[in-house]
Write a protein that binds this ligand. Structure first.
Ligand SMILES: Nc1ncnc2c1ncn2[C@@H]1O[C@H](COP(=O)(O)OP(=O)(O)OP(=O)(O)O)[C@@H](O)[C@H]1O
Ligand SMILES: [Mg+2]
Length: 384
């Protein structure tokens, strides 16, 4: 009997960070042949990959080398070279999500134009042209200034409440302006979309502030929405996945305003921070779903098996240096806790070094467990 796993396509991943690592952990269950491209030979995904192509994310020769090792190509980052990937796609390589979808997502102005055309509810926006002071006044305060490209983790976003905030404004080039939403909550929904357009969505998650640190960095699920609002959030997220013809998983960030209206903020066409909880809390994780979609396998069951909370594990403020982790035993003693350390060789203040998910009977109890476990862990440079 031929080994059935041998007939599965070979997978290539552009980028070897933590998302690639967690995708590889899932791919390992099927013994898939996976090649990763990353500038660093000791990137988080490297120990789990069959081959590592060392090269820049935009290095055309390296990308072609990666393409030579795979039948299906996907990414762990958004700011990929879509022209190079489109050329490979034209030569018959399967690239998911498609370079055309990625190009639309990479530019936040185009992202909004696509959503507007699809009739999706989004905050009012405009392209920033001319001098900021006049443009801001014409658009009206309060507003949010965003860079069109290459923003992440809130970099490239400035909230401008009034003319007095002009000093907080970003440089004017390549920006858009957006109405500042009076936020009741921030939510996210992960959707998986197959090559034939079939979609399934995971439960909505709520971003919560750590009440002690005032940091927006914990996620709770279920989000505590009414069934009608939960259904609306999922339906909106699926309309977003459809509008951009995403194949694979996509994280859709939503705003719930004080009037109870849902608006789409943005999308991340890949496994997403807000979907890490699915590894332990759902019947089929976001990584499993991504593999199923891009390899043309049946989609899995996104059902929630347990309330959960996820928090990031960030590098401590002590400084830069070889990574040391303290307090792991104490954190693992908290019931229901699952710890993921990404294996980054160097820690830096506030660098994403891992995350943990806690399961419990209620989302509140899960959050308490997650914060207790996180408080026990310190990630710091060796010398500190
Ligand atoms: N129109 C808006 N009204 C109110 N708050 C906003 C608005 N746009 C952005 N924000 C706030 O800024 C945060 C970051 O914005 P956004 O998600 O657009 O940027 P990002 O850099 O892509 O972020 P990340 O990578 O963290 O998802 C949002 O999570 C929200 O808290
Ligand atoms: Mg965001």
């Amino acid at each position: 009997m031929p080994d059935p796993t041998l007939s599965l396509p070979r997978l290539g991943i552009l980028g070897g960070g933590q998302l690639a690592k967690m995708l590889l952990q899932e791919a390992g269950k099927l013994s898939l042949d996976v090649t990763v491209l990353d500038p660093s030979p000791d990137c988080p995904a490297a120990p789990l990959a069959k081959h590592v192509v060392v090269g820049g994310y935009h290095d055309a020769a390296a990308i072609r080398d990666l393409a030579g090792h795979c039948d299906v190509l996907t990414y762990d980052l958004e700011h990929v070279d879509t022209a190079e990937l489109a050329a490979l796609e034209a030569q018959g390589l399967k690239v998911f999500p498609s370079p055309a979808s990625m190009a639309q997502v990479q530019d936040k102005l185009v992202q909004r134009q696509v959503m507007e055309k699809a009739g999706l509810p989004i905050p009012a926006y405009a392209q920033l042209t001319g001098a900021r002071e006049a443009a801001f006044a014409a658009f009206g305060y309060p507003l949010v200034q965003k860079t069109r490209r290459a923003g992440y983790d809130g970099k490239g976003v400035a909230v401008i409440k009034s003319a007095a905030d002009l000093t907080k404004a970003l440089p004017p080039e390549g920006c858009l302006l957006e109405r500042c939403v009076d936020l009741e909550a921030e939510l996210a929904v992960m959707v998986v979309r197959a090559q034939d357009g079939e979609m399934r969505s995971f439960p909505a998650v709520r971003m919560v502030m750590d009440p002690r640190a005032n940091l927006l960095d914990a996620l709770q699920v279920p989000a505590g929405l009414t069934p009608a609002l939960e259904a609306e959030a999922k339906a909106l997220a699926e309309r977003v996945a459809e509008a951009f013809k995403i194949v694979g998983v996509v994280g859709v960030e939503l705003f719930l305003d004080k009037a109870g209206k849902l608006l789409v903020n943005e999308l991340a066409p890949r496994p997403h921070n807000s979907g890490h909880y699915t590894i332990e809390a759902c019947a089929s994780s976001q990584y499993s779903q991504h593999l199923r979609a891009i390899l043309g396998l049946p989609l899995g069951d996104p059902r929630l098996l347990s309330p959960a909370a996820t928090v990031n594990l960030l590098g401590g403020p002590e400084g830069v240096g070889p990574t040391r982790v303290r307090g792991l035993a104490e954190a693992l003693a908290v019931p229901g806790v699952h710890i993921h350390l990404y294996g980054k060789a160097e820690t830096r203040p506030f660098r994403k070094m891992g995350h943990l998910t806690a399961l419990a009977e209620t989302p509140q109890a899960a959050l308490e467990r997650a914060l207790k476990a996180r408080d026990a862990i310190r990630i710091l440079p060796e010398q500190a």
